[in-house]
Design a binder for this molecule. Structure first.
Ligand code: B12
Length: 210
């Protein structure tokens, strides 16, 4: 089994103590950070499918997520660039009622590498907290809202609409997460949407430099 395949298998199996070491071994053997990351993202897809079919339950899903987080820690220094935060501050968070943060963390990492300073509000973030963060931090040029559940899509809408109704200016809003579509982003009044972390960074830059 290739090292990357081993990483993927161990993330799926939730082997939190093994994943970081295996990721490092894969890097040492010359595998690219992007490919290792993609393998772990794919693992999450498999885990989600197994959850859908009742083969595994929430605890197994959680432990797999923790295993992936350990692997991402190893990759982080290699993925994040060292741009001099010239694009302003990006406030990022997962919307109210939603505890998923792997995707949000990857988006945060890539947006940071595109040249933003990051203010991460974490998960389960009420709409008003996004607004408060725009007020409380200097030079906020972007707010990024993540939502992973169909049941929290209304919270995503509320976050965007509360930001837009706040009277505050000078920032754009980008949304994303598995159930979010470009059409939904337009419908809720967001300025931008991206399907994954890499394109989120490109879109973020485009939005604030346009
Ligand atoms: C891990 C996981 C969990 C973990 C989360 C741990 C953590 N720290 O994040 C735990 C166990 C807590 C969990 C709980 C639940 N989960 Co869950 N979970 C998952 C799982 C397996 C992986 C999610 C993930 O990390 N994917 C990998 C990342 C990299 O992908 P991503 O999040 O989509 O992010 C990418 C893009 O979407 C995008 N993106 C994300 N955010 C943003 C933001 C912006 C601004 C932009 C531009 C882009 C962007 O870029 C990211 C990187 O490329 C998914 C299955 C799946 N296929 O996604 C189910 C899944 C999301 N969960 C699901 C469910 C049902 C639940 C629970 C309701 C289960 C329950 N009965 O309790 C709870 C809800 C808890 C809550 N209130 O949030 C369903 C959702 C179904 C739906 N359509 O709503 C899924 C799809 C599983 C399934 N197939 O049924 N879950």
């Amino acid at each position: 089994m290739s090292k990357i395949a081993e990483v993927k298998a161990k993330v799926e199996a939730g082997k939190t103590k093994l994943v970081a070491g295996l990721v490092q071994e894969a890097l040492d053997e010359g595998d690219k950070a992007e490919d290792i990351l993609q393998a772990m993202v794919d693992s999450m897809g498999v885990v989600g499918d197994k959850f859908s079919t009742g083969e595994i339950f929430v605890p197994e899903m959680l432990i797999a997520a923790k295993a992936m987080a350990k692997g991402v820690e190893v990759l982080k220094p290699l993925m994040a660039g060292d741009s001099a935060s010239s694009l302003g501050t990006c406030v990022i968070g997962t919307v109210a009622g939603d505890l998923h943060d792997i995707g949000k963390n990857l988006v945060s990492m890539m947006i940071e590498s595109a040249g933003f300073k990051i203010v991460d509000l974490g998960v389960d973030v009420p709409a008003q907290k996004f607004v408060d963060a725009v007020k409380e931090n200097d030079n906020v040029t972007l707010v990024a809202c993540s939502g992973l559940l169909t049941t929290t899509m209304p919270a995503l809408k509320e976050a965007v609409q509360t930001l837009k109704a706040s009277g505050l200016t000078g920032f754009k809003v980008i949304v994303g997460g598995a159930p979010v579509t470009p059409e939904y982003a337009v419908e809720v009044g967001a300025d931008g949407y991206a399907p994954d972390a890499g394109s989120a960074a490109v879109k973020a830059k485009e939005l604030v430099t346009a």
